[in-house]
Design a protein around this ligand. Structure first.
Ligand SMILES: Nc1ncnc2c1ncn2[C@@H]1O[C@H](COP(=O)(O)OP(=O)(O)OP(=O)(O)O)[C@@H](O)[C@H]1O
Ligand SMILES: [Mg+2]
Length: 271
């Protein structure tokens, strides 16, 4: 089972949207999921959960603490009403590198190790600029699976031609990435991009419903419209590929909510 799944791709390719949709679907299958939005330039929480009362659940403060503990991680997790299986973390509205102390790769490695004990799956919504963000870069290096989103346009080609040489070291395992064309609209130069990169057999189509959800800060809601079926089918295909269908069936009904149990045991108020 792949535990840490990094979603990476060119800017605006749909990384945040896909991360959320994967996290929701896995949590619906009663997997404990922690979703981490790593964008520190445009903190995601206020755009994807605009009404959330975030208190002091800052990812920046957590990552820069002297010692990261499971309890501290749980305090920083945000939850949704009616979903005990999904926890969300990210930088908060107004946060920037001056509002929290600097942190290094060791902290991120510790963070990942602790996360692995807390959840079935950790989904990391990476920054496109992996070279400038230690969290995203370490996620590319240490995750069990990277899903690489590629918009079928010339900007995506320009982005990857520029950045791939910077993550060419073996530790980044580029050849194991699952490459997916994303936000695909009719008339886009799909073939040009597919031929350029090779090995792309999956496609996340553009759906109006998702775009509306994005604008209205409702990405955590389900896609209900018929026209979203192709996008949802690809989510299922990615999950089957990531988890393995048999394993997914076996584990479906065996576990309760790990996070809920931990919170209860600690008697903590994390809501
Ligand atoms: N499959 C899709 N259907 C419709 N709209 C999409 C789809 N995928 C992405 N988008 C749209 O593309 C835009 C960017 O989406 P999103 O923020 O998820 O991308 P991102 O890769 O996380 O961006 P960034 O590089 O800023 O982090 C949004 O307007 C979103 O609605
Ligand atoms: Mg994003």
């Amino acid at each position: 089972m792949n535990k840490i799944i990094a979603i990476w791709g060119n800017p605006n390719s749909g990384k945040t949207a896909l991360s959320i949709k994967l996290a929701i679907e896995l949590s619906r299958q009663k997997k404990n999921v922690i979703l981490i939005h790593s964008d520190y330039i445009t903190p995601a929480i206020s755009t994807v959960l605009p009404l959330k009362d975030t208190k002091d659940q800052s990812l920046g403060n957590l990552l820069s603490s002297v010692q990261i503990t499971q309890d501290e991680i749980l305090k920083k997790c945000m939850t949704l009403d009616k979903n005990d299986y999904l926890s969300i973390m990210g930088y908060l509205h107004g946060e920037n590198e001056r509002t929290y102390a600097k942190y290094g790769k060791e902290n991120i490695v510790d963070f990942f190790i602790l996360l692995k004990h807390l959840a079935d799956h950790i989904i990391i919504d990476c920054c496109s600029m992996v070279t400038q963000d230690i969290l995203s870069r370490t996620a590319l290096e240490l995750s069990d699976q990277v899903i690489r989103l590629i918009t079928p346009d010339l900007k995506a080609i320009s982005y990857f031609d520029s950045i791939l040489p910077l993550v060419a070291e073996r530790k980044f395992n580029l050849q194991n990435h699952v490459k997916v064309l994303s936000n695909v609209k009719p008339d886009m130069p799909k073939d040009v991009v597919s031929n350029k990169f090779g090995g792309i057999s999956k496609e996340l189509v553009y759906t109006e419903e998702l775009e509306r959800q994005f604008y209205e800060g409702r990405l955590f809601e389900h896609l209900m419209e018929k026209k979203s079926a192709a996008y949802l089918n690809m989510i299922e295909e990615l999950i089957a590929g990531i988890i393995g269908e048999d394993e997914s069936m076996q584990q479906k009904t065996t576990k309760g909510s790990l996070l809920k149990g931990l919170w209860k045991r600690g008697g903590k108020d994390h809501e």
